[in-house]
Design a protein around this ligand. Sequence first.
Ligand code: ATP
Ligand code: MG
Length: 564
Amino acid sequence: MNASTSPTPPAHFIRTRIARELAQGLHERVITRFPPEPNGYLHIGHAKSIVLNFAMAAEFGGYTNLRFDDTNPEREEQRFIDSIKQDVAWLGYQWENECYASDYFETLYAYALHLIEHGLAYIDEQDAETIRQQRGTLTEPGRNSPFRERPIEENRDLFLRMRAGEFTDGAMVLRAKIDMAAANINLRDPVLYRIRREHHQRTGDDWCIYPSYDFAHGQSDAIEHITHSLCTLEFEDHRPLYDWLIEHLPVPSRPVQIEFSRLNMDFTVMSKRRLTRLVDEGFVAGWDDPRMPSIAGLRRRGFTPESIRNFCTEIGVTKSESIIPFGVLERNLRDDLNVRAPRRMAVLKPLKVVLTNFPEGQTEWVEVANHPQDSAMGTRRVPITREIFIEQDDFMEEAPKKFFRLKPGGEVRLRNAFIIRCDDLVRNGDGEIIELRCSFDESSRSGLPGAERKVKGTIHWVSAEHAVGAEVRLYDRLFNVPHPAGDKELDFVEHLNPESLEILSDARLEPGLEQARIGEFFQFERLGYFVPDPDATPQRPVFNRAVTLRDTWARLEAQMSAGS
Ligand code: ATP
Ligand code: MG
């Protein structure tokens, strides 16, 4: 476990319980598993489970398995397995064993025979709908199937023939024989095996019967000697069945299941079913679209593994449902990159400025620190020339009093360089300002002893001659309501934010940034944190804004709730 850099983790009920169990000598060490179904990419909710599982095993001297819960061949694909492995490794975790529930199909089949032979399972020939109707409700007990008392030998024979492929899909199922009057519906003779002629991407056509989730999961845990099977709250009602199966089967160990609440976040959706729809119906560019809450999307957007791990540790582990603001995840990224990201200058929406008293054809190189607090990051030389670009937003022709950037006749400091004054405006035929003519003050050079005259505003800039043209992509929330999936009337896709992606195709970057590689990150001064995107070509850099410098959303929301 190499991802143990996060601060001292806060206590939570699972850690406390495990520590107590170890103190009581119930286990020698803790073995956990992360059990994704390979039917989609991992999302930030999975990260919560990954961080928890790996942390518990690491803290208590054990290890974690990566187990693909591949019992439902219909929707499972190799590319999902590959992406899941990539994402877990990228988050910084090394699993002990790569396991597949399908590797246990033979053992699970033997376990099913064991139940049959002990009179604890039977073959039911009723259809799914009839079985469902007999199951009863929370207030009404279920009714016994007419096949419930089938003799053991007959059950055995039918189950062998089910496996041999003698019956059509859905013709019969294997059910546990527990209690149709149990208060917990999961104990009302749950289905253990179904006939499904489905090609499995690992076992091919070896099987035409597949175990149910409930039958596969706990037994896989036991086979792997998992001590603590950590899962989300929706499985709480399944725990009695989990325990019943472990108790009645000759499994090699006795894992316990502990449930915790899922991670939910605002302004996004978290279920794989909904995320799959966004991808399949083209609402986003793919699973790794930077607006997606998928790990692949967050990575492409510019999130670091550290920021995601810290976030998962910060939100903690409880049994109560809550919705975490997306801004909390963003804050963790900001906190991480503020410390680690080298600073650069880039202009997203350029406005040309001619420094009229700067010699034509001359380049001056200014020495600039890569990080204001971390001198170990060194310095670099940035070119300045007679023609530069500044941000359109940093100039206002009719500026209010409090506007401390550039205005006609006004002064501003060019960061790392000198003070300029705006003397003149150049307009095109439509009257739009296309160029500012400014003069610079030689005596105001940054770093010049005693000469650093103060003006209120400082803006960033790039040399027009040296800057690198680039595309920059800015992202906003994927949805424009906090709970898109919670709307009873409207389909969640109706709440997609049409302005979630803004493409700036005429950005100008400080030279050198064209060589940035995937995995590097930068603070573009005054603008936010940015990373190169894989869409870049050698001719044309593409950068994503991972996060702004400040939480503009928190401010907006505060303003809205203050009614302004
Ligand atoms: P989804 O509901 O998004 O389709 P899932 O639970 O079906 O997710 P799995 O692949 O079965 O996806 O999940 C693997 C593990 O990750 C499970 O242990 C599950 O409990 C956990 N997990 C999934 N979503 C979350 C979440 N939002 N928060 C915490 N853990 C989660
Ligand atoms: Mg699941």
